[in-house]
Design a protein. Structure first.
Length: 264
């Protein structure tokens, strides 16, 4: 996937070329031709951020939402074409009812409040995960935002809500098994590409870079299939503190990696 073409919306400045606008803010020490196309983020550490300040955990989530808004804008400014973030795992239902309720309401409010901005910024929104058991008002907000941004050509922004990598793979297997059972395909037709096509992320390239904040060195059931060859970057920075400077560091680190994909 190529960087999104940056269109000039102001007809008064038709003489500007896309190049002068697209990567205008990219830090000089980053190579614009070697940026990850797709960045995935496990946004962790909201609770610890709040605890350090003597705030309730929900304050961390609130500030985490601000950090996410900034990162999305940064992806657009720096020419990164896809951003996928882990907002709520299938395991996160195990938290207190107050925290779960707060998060569901926060997501709903964000999809509503940010919709205008997403449209203006040409963001194309997708939500992955099992939305069967999220509150119906959240589902409606997601549905509205997805529909309204569907034909946008800017950053592909994917939010994982009630997402579990294992569950996603099991569901894909069930769908494929059904097709075999109905005689539509043979079991020998099943290959990696077919399985990929049955995941929620079917129309996205695999992430090149996975960032996890707050120092935890684990994948926590995120994009198990899709991260097969992603570069991992873990920072001690807690998610609400993850700003442009922190993202810059992650990208610099990424650009120092030698991606071998099994070769020498
Ligand atoms: C990540 O921060 C947000 C969600 C999982 C919803 P946490 O809430 O996990 O923060 P810590 O890990 O407790 O600090
Ligand atoms: C992973 O963070 C899930 C999200 C960021 C949404 P957790 O805080 O839930 O992960 P664990 O419990 O530390 O593995
Ligand atoms: Mg956590």
């Amino acid at each position: 996937m190529n960087s999104p073409p940056l269109t000039i919306h102001n007809p008064l400045i038709p003489q500007m070329t896309p190049k002068t606008t697209s990567l205008i803010e990219l830090p000089a020490d980053l190579d614009g031709t070697r940026l990850p196309q797709h960045v995935a983020v496990i946004m962790d550490g909201n609770g610890r951020w709040a605890k350090q300040r003597g705030f309730p955990r929900i304050m961390g989530h609130r500030r985490g939402a601000d950090a996410l808004r900034d990162l999305l804008r940064c992806c657009k400014d720096w020419g990164i074409s896809a951003l996928t973030v882990y907002a709520f795992s299938t395991e996160n239902w195990g938290r207190s009812i107050e925290e779960v309720d707060f998060l569901m309401t926060l997501f709903e409010n964000l999809f509503q409040a940010e919709l205008k901005e997403m449209i203006a910024e040409e963001v194309k929104l997708a939500v992955v995960g099992n939305l069967d058991n999220v509150p119906s008002s959240l589902y409606s907000a997601i549905d509205r935002a997805r529909t309204a941004t569907q034909s946008n050509h800017g950053v592909r922004f994917t939010v994982a809500i009630n997402y579990g990598g294992r569950q996603e793979i099991v569901r894909a297997c069930q769908t494929i098994a059904n097709q075999v059972q109905q005689g539509l395909i043979k079991s020998t037709d099943i290959d990696e590409s077919m399985l990929s096509q049955h995941l929620h992320t079917a129309d996205l390239p695999d992430p090149d870079l996975l960032i996890r904040t707050s120092g935890e060195m684990r994948i926590s059931n995120f994009l198990l299939w899709q991260l097969a060859y992603a570069e991992f970057y873990v920072t001690d920075t807690l998610w609400p503190d993850f700003d442009r400077r922190a993202f810059h560091q992650a990208l610099l680190n990424y650009q120092q990696r030698h991606r071998r994909f099994g070769k020498v």
